[in-house]
Design a protein around this ligand. Structure first.
Ligand code: NAP
Length: 371
């Protein structure tokens, strides 16, 4: 069976989702919606049906008002030959990937879940609309938050929506999954993470500071990770710095007993979406350069270097390099599988990995960045 997908918002995340969905044999891109002809519009509109969107405030408008507003908006775009407006797209697809700027998804949710929309869907033989939101939304937007390994089996075909957590939360969440679920290493007592994050996306025209940093103690990242691992004691501090590729993390994990870094290295190496590297000094430029060998410089994997924390036998420091735009793409595809298909977690993650060529990327990073 092929599932029809719609993508709302085609920025850094949305256009990557379109590209991968287009190549996925189980999914078919029915179209994309955006509110302007900026960004990658020309490239996308030459390949996929375009549906006109607009900022939605369903608290203010009734469904019928919204329909009128969208129809009139469509007229503004007629020279671009749109296939319809957002509601038309919502009446076409099995699932929507909402990749609009953070905090817009929660507004769109009122439309996606509108009684009249779902009545109309039922009339034409469609099931209730499923939606995947991204990490810029607060956790309340969806039934639960999602990273493939810890969450896949908790999501059933009965679920209507999920929120794929942000790039930083995914970056922390992958290695912590290996540490939390392995019974052969000591339990985690607590963890602290200092994140050095990009202050701006590569494609942003908004501008950034160029000679400063912005720090945030008790940042939201730790709290977000608790939506995945509620019992984990974690604290995070975030520094935004003038760079645009990769986030760097220094994740310090305190265990309840002594631990060997080699054991943890071996454990992380078994995770198909973690590249365990061991360069003399972790330099994000190396990762960026190696990632250029792959499509669009996207590496999808988090690179991890494991070190003993000073001379403490019970603590490790795990340095992480997070490719911010691509790391959430495999999780988003798996999330769609969990919501719609009968694939097991392993089947889903394996097929997603193969689609994105993740095994090759992991192997190449580990080969080139280990002496
Ligand atoms: N960027 C990253 O590295 C990254 C990483 C992980 C997660 N995320 C999360 O992913 C989500 C999307 O982020 P992003 O960076 O991809 O955003 P982005 O680059 O700013 O793109 C947002 C897209 O939404 C469209 N849009 C705006 N208003 C719209 C509307 N009313 N209806 C339909 N489309 C609309 C924009 O185009 P128009 O203005 O033309 O409509 C644009 O295509 C956010 O939740 C973010 O936190 C981002």
């Amino acid at each position: 069976m092929t599932y029809k997908v719609g993508i709302v918002g085609t920025g850094a995340i949305g256009w990557r989702i379109i590209k991968e969905m287009d190549e996925h044999k189980d999914f078919e891109v029915a179209g994309f919606a955006k509110s302007s002809t900026g960004g990658r519009f020309k490239q996308l509109v030459s390949k996929y049906p375009f549906y006109v969107s607009k900022n939605i405030n369903m608290e203010k408008y009734s469904f019928d008002d919204m329909l009128i507003r969208l129809k009139s908006r469509k007229a503004d775009f007629d020279k671009n030959n749109p296939s319809g407006h957002l509601i038309d797209l919502l009446l076409e697809v099995d699932i929507i990937f909402d990749a609009t700027p953070g905090k817009m998804g929660i507004k769109n949710k009122l439309l996606y879940e509108h009684e009249i929309l779902n009545q109309k869907r039922e009339e034409i033989g469609l099931k209730p609309l499923k939606v995947i939101y991204q990490g810029g939304e607060s956790p309340e937007v969806a039934e639960s938050s999602f990273i493939a390994n810890p969450c896949y089996d908790k999501v059933s075909n009965e679920s209507l929506n999920q929120r794929v957590v942000s790039c930083n939360t995914t970056g922390m969440g992958r290695p912590l999954y290996s540490l939390l679920q392995n019974k052969n290493i000591p339990d985690i007592d607590r963890a602290y993470n200092t994140l050095v994050r990009r202050s701006i996306d590569p494609s942003s025209k908004k501008g950034s500071f160029i000679d400063a940093f912005k720090a945030e103690a008790n940042s939201h990242h730790g709290h977000d990770l608790n939506t995945i691992y509620p019992n984990l004691k974690i604290g995070t501090t975030a520094f935004a710095v003038p760079m645009s590729h990769f986030h760097g993390h220094s994740l310090t994990v305190l265990f309840k007993d002594n631990i060997e870094s080699e054991d943890v290295e071996e454990l992380l190496r078994k995770d198909s979406r973690i590249a365990v590297i061991n360069p003399p000094g972790l330099f994000s430029g190396d990762l960026f350069e190696i990632s250029r060998q792959f499509w669009n410089q996207d590496s999808f994997v988090v690179a991890a270097q494991v070190k003993k924390m000073c001379d403490f036998d019970d603590s490790l420091e795990i340095l992480l390099a997070v490719p911010q735009e691509s790391i959430v793409i495999p999780e988003t595809i798996d999330c769609a599988n969990a919501l719609l298909t009968n694939k097991s977690k392993k089947q889903s993650m394996d097929t997603t990995n193969d689609l994105l060529e993740i095994p090759v990327i992991k192997q190449q990073l580990e080969y080139e960045l280990t002496p």
